[in-house]
Design a protein around this ligand. Structure first.
Ligand code: NA7
Length: 545
């Protein structure tokens, strides 16, 4: 039999994932450092999250003028977004434009799912295997697999017996789903479910929404961008970028300096009304203590619950929707387009799973503890095995055959979210312990990629063969991540995916770094200034004196 997969030449660097992170990493390593670099991507195109999440209403919650790369002045100036919040097809167009503009496709292998990555100390190389039977070796391995790319399909008994169609929002068919005339069941009311429900309801004959945990949501007030705004963006990139760099979440707006207690109840109400009218994630920025002071947060929570009760006409439905058990923004706060109004439609019903949980899926629908609901289509808007899930799928093994799953059996341990002890020359863009999901993603990604690129450049300039973080550094960083989370109200939402609580059996550990992007950037810079503190760098024996 001829060998259909001849061995590939050894690579300086191999990147996994062609989303925002992998594409920029490719530009930096291939074009800036001149490394032999290949990018492996499971999908048939670029886009990462935006390749897979094609569900109805899929849209980014970051404002479009900030949800893009900042590294290229020309790219910033030539691209024009059409709406305040970019819709999935437009983001995908943007990322395809980037791939073409920087001639990235020639270095990307599409339809190439990585099945294993093993570090071999004998040759100090990573050995990569793919589902198609290819193998690669590289010196530097960079994962750019995203934080929310491993779909969480709950193990509800009976799904196999369901005679209708079912879809997970994160693996949506490219040809779309026609809901016309269909009875639809949607499980999940996180950011995704809240975006999808109004769009599905407008098309389907009937939509039943199964809610386990009630959620806050603030209107996005999405709209086409005016010519004036587009021109303002075009001429003010440096100023906009400076704001994004200075704020904890990397968004293009500052957090107010006032605290809730600084203003009278009447002023507070007026400020919340103003923020509600403005819409979007900026609501969180109305006061600086909303995420750290329970009493302050309660005023926002109370305002938002009153809004729900004001919008939703059926008092029973309104009561279930506004019975929210966690502080505002302790879980990722959704923003929406007519989500709560959707419950005023005749063809929409809400099921409270707290009262009667789902027991099983039947041939014709969903059976809860007290009722059976018919459905032609079930939509699982049930989220992701966040942050660790995408890394575990790569079957990474480090020194002495240590599996990442075993190294992290009690929860992820990283240095800065970028490196893992026992896994030399591996960098994890937006890994657990990074600010990532608490930040406007491209801002965080660009910082990580720049940092990794500089680190690899440093290694090459100094004949360093192996860069590896230490268990002590990782333990210390876990403590820092933990302390940063506990300085906020974020851990109060005990069921959030930030804690891994949405996946049965997953260890509970607050995964993202909540100290803010600006502070994180300073920490990373200090690590470099101190000679890559927390890393052990071993010389290349060929150059050792
Ligand atoms: P999320 O935010 O994890 O939301 C998932 C939703 O699905 C949430 O309402 C869950 O309820 C619900 N869910 C999950 N499993 C079940 C089961 N077994 N039964 C009933 N309901 C269930 O995911 P999204 O996709 O909405 O958003 C992910 C991120 O993408 C978002 O935060 C943004 O950063 C972008 P629960 O709250 O766990 O009770």
């Amino acid at each position: 039999m001829p060998d259909t997969h001849p061995p590939q030449p050894h690579l300086d660097a191999l990147i996994i994932g062609a989303g925002f992170a992998g594409m920029y990493q490719l530009i930096q390593l291939r074009d800036r450092l001149g490394l032999t670099t290949r990018l492996l991507e499971a999908a048939s195109g670029v886009g990462g999250t935006w390749f897979w999440n094609r569900y109805p209403g899929a849209r980014c919650d970051s404002e479009s003028h900030s949800y893009c790369y900042g590294f290229s002045k020309e790219l910033l100036e030539e691209w024009e977004w059409s709406e305040r919040y970019p819709e999935q097809p437009e983001i995908l167009r943007y990322l395809n434009h980037v791939a073409d503009r920087f001639d990235l496709r020639r270095s990307i292998s599409f339809n190439t799912a990585v099945t294993a990555c093993a570090y071999n100390a004998a040759d100090n190389r990573w050995h990569i295997s793919t589902a198609g039977g290819q193998s690669f070796t590289c010196t530097w391995l960079i994962t750019a697999v995203g934080c929310l790319s491993s779909a969480n399909l709950p193990a509800i008994p009976g799904l196999d017996s369901f005679k209708g169609e079912w879809y997970h929002t994160g693996q949506w068919p490219h040809e779309g789903v026609d809901f016309t005339g269909k009875t639809v069941a949607q499980i999940g009311t996180g950011s995704t479910g809240i975006q999808a429900a109004p769009v599905i309801a407008a098309q389907a004959a009937h939509l039943t929404i199964f809610q386990r945990t009630a959620n806050y949501s603030v209107p996005a007030h999405n709209a086409p961008l005016t010519r004036d705004f587009k021109d303002w963006v075009k001429h003010n990139h440096p100023e906009i970028r400076a704001v994004m760099k200075s704020t904890p979440n990397g968004h293009p707006f500052r957090i107010a300096e006032r605290k809730v207690a600084d203003v009278s109840p009447e002023e507070r109400e007026a400020l919340y009304e103003e923020a509600w009218a403005k819409g979007g994630l900026q609501f969180r920025a109305t006061f600086q203590d909303l995420l750290v002071n329970k009493a302050a947060n309660a005023t926002a929570a109370d305002f938002l619950k009153r809004k729900i009760r004001g919008i939703v006409k059926n008092p029973e439905t309104a009561a279930v929707l506004s019975d929210i058990d966690h502080p505002y923004a302790a879980k990722r706060p959704p923003i929406d387009t007519h989500y709560f109004d959707t419950f005023n439609r005749d063809n929409v019903a809400l099921v409270d799973l707290r009262k009667a949980p789902i027991e099983r899926i039947t041939e014709t629908g969903i059976k809860t503890a007290d009722t059976e609901y018919q459905a032609d289509i079930i939509v699982f808007a049930t989220g992701f095995d966040a942050m660790t899930g995408p890394l575990f799928r790569l079957n990474l093994t480090g020194r002495d055959g240590m599996r990442l799953q075993d190294a992290w059996s009690a929860g992820p341990e990283t240095w800065l979210g970028l490196a893992v002890p026992g896994f030399p020359n591996l960098f994890t863009i937006t890994g657990p312990g990074s600010p990532s999901v608490l930040c406007n993603m491209p801002v965080c990604i660009e910082q990580h990629v720049d940092w990794i690129t500089a680190c690899i450049d440093h290694a090459r300039a100094n004949q360093i063969a192996t860069i590896e973080t230490t268990p002590e550094a990782a333990i210390a960083w876990s403590d820092t991540v933990d302390a940063a989370a506990h300085a906020t109200l974020l851990p109060e939402a005990g069921h959030s995916w930030y804690l891994g609580a949405n996946v049965p059996g997953k260890p509970r550990r607050f995964m993202p770094y909540a100290g803010g992007m600006a502070q994180y950037r300073d920490i990373c810079d200090t690590v470099v200034a101190r000679g890559y503190e927390g890393f052990v760098m071993a010389p290349d024996p060929a150059h050792a004196s």
